[in-house]
Design a protein. Structure first.
Ligand SMILES: Cc1ncc(COP(=O)(O)O)c(C=O)c1O
Length: 428
């Protein structure tokens, strides 16, 4: 496959956009080479500026769960745009999507729409801090909750104390209120509560982690977190930006039958337009301005185009009773096929999967937290990535990302992908 035009476009972009991209992982720094510039996409396929067709396993990092250019969403956006694109005033559409989201997701009474997953998580912790009148939060190493200051905190090595910022610009003052824990290590979280009595406002977690590959919660882990929060007067925040409307209609709360106190959404909820949201029971949500003292706002929040897209997406997922089983079946089929090919080639690997989130790690041991995810062989991953790309299969350009499966994938696409893995595996 040729990437001449993408290379030219990237060189041009680098002159006027830092690193040539508007979000760092797109720059291919982790795998080397030149980012591919997309011209258009339809269903399960991307068509790039060089005329290549790729089977897409990123799907805009999650939102395109029903495939690219999904017609009901596209049509809703077009029709809505004709009537005005932003008012900064309430619309009936906002109530309609809010009602549907509240009906689909367990344990929430009210939802507030924002513009991104970052905003959703940032607002969720402000609300938790305001509601509990406590400052500290617990986050897990390797979990990503967007780029707001409180979350850009690096893991220490095992014994967790105060975090240190991992981006210049994040102050020590902010970092000291973020306590780091190890994913799937309940004792670690128990110790943090013991060392910070009545100081912890909330635990925030990706209930299935998707930002260090896909890491499912160990048996009893989420239940244990729920109990620790209850015992210590802290709130449990599920960051369902990836898992929401993907693992089940009601997300991870429904899949694992665990109640979170606040839930953050992004990605699928906007149908490919910039939307995030956070939601909780009345007593918590009523703490938000204008009802309560915790401030949160946005000029483009509840934007009519974004709400129209999100509403069509949620309606489609709500009305299709088989969608989540179909996604799971397709992803399980893919997993079986990839395993067979990697086994055949004698490759050392681990595959993690929950529903339609899946990741391949080039390491023999179980991948259960950030440390074990970081152990994977990056050189092999790079070869795997570029090998698949040559075969017309586009996975995330980083070993720390989950693959996002779309329902637009046919079994022929899955077979083609498995064949591609077979061809690449013998070269690793
Ligand atoms: C779990 C999770 N939370 C939050 C975010 C941030 O969302 P956004 O990129 O829309 O700001 C992401 C983005 O990948 C995410 O995966």
């Amino acid at each position: 496959m040729l990437y001449q035009r993408s290379s030219q476009l990237f060189a041009e972009a680098e002159q006027v956009i830092p690193g040539g991209v508007n979000s760092p992982v797109r720059a291919f720094r982790a795998v080397g080479g030149t980012p591919i510039f997309v011209k258009e996409a339809k269903g399960a396929y991307l068509y790039d500026e060089d005329g290549n067709k790729l089977i897409d396993y990123i799907n805009s990092w999650g939102p395109m769960i029903l495939g690219h250019a999904y017609e009901p969403v596209v049509n809703a956006v077009i029709e809505r745009a004709k009537k005005g694109t932003s008012f900064g005033m309430p619309t009936a559409l906002e109530t309609e999507i809010a009602k549907l989201a509240v009906a689909m997701v367990p344990n929430i009474d009210k939802i507030r729409f924002v513009n991104s997953g970052t905003e959703a998580c940032m607002s969720a912790i402000r609300l938790a801090r305001g509601y509990t009148k406590r400052d500290k939060i617990i986050k897990f190493a390797g979990c990503y909750h967007g780029h707001s200051d409180s979350f850009l905190i690096q893991a220490g090595s095992g014994a967790v104390t105060f975090g240190t910022p991992n981006s210049p610009g994040v102050t020590q003052g902010t970092a000291k209120d973020t306590l780091l824990a190890t994913y799937n290590d309940l004792q670690n979280v128990t110790d943090l509560f013991a060392a910070n009595v009545n100081e912890i406002a909330a635990i925030i977690i990706e209930p299935v982690a998707g930002n260090m590959g896909c890491i499912p919660p160990a048996q009893g882990f989420l239940e244990g977190l729920r109990k620790l929060c209850d015992d210590n007067g802290a709130l449990l925040i599920f960051d369902e930006v990836m898992t929401g409307f993907r693992l089940a209609k009601g997300g991870a709360q429904e899949l694992f039958n665990i109640k979170a106190d606040i839930v953050a959404f992004g990605k699928v909820i906007g149908g490919g337009l910039p939307v995030g949201a956070f939601a909780a029971r009345n007593e918590i949500m009523n703490y938000l301005a204008p009802l309560g003292p915790v401030y949160q706002a946005g000029t483009l929040s509840g934007n009519p185009l974004a709400m129209a897209a999100g509403l069509e997406m949620l309606k489609a997922l709500n009305n299709d009773t088989a969608i989540f089983t179909r996604l799971e079946d397709k992803t399980a089929y893919l997993e079986t096929g990839i395993r067979k090919e990697l086994d055949k080639a004698g490759i050392i690997y681990t595959i993690n999967r929950t529903g339609s989130m899946i990741s391949v790690h080039f390491d023999a041991s179980p991948v259960t937290d950030f440390k074990s995810a970081a152990r994977g062989d990056n050189e092999t991953f790079k070869k795997f990535f570029h090998g698949l790309l040559k075969e017309g299969v586009y996975i995330a350009p980083s070993a720390y990302e989950t693959w996002f499966i779309t329902d637009a994938l046919s079994y022929d696409d899955l077979d083609a992908t498995i064949d591609a893995v077979g061809k690449v595996a013998v070269t690793l």
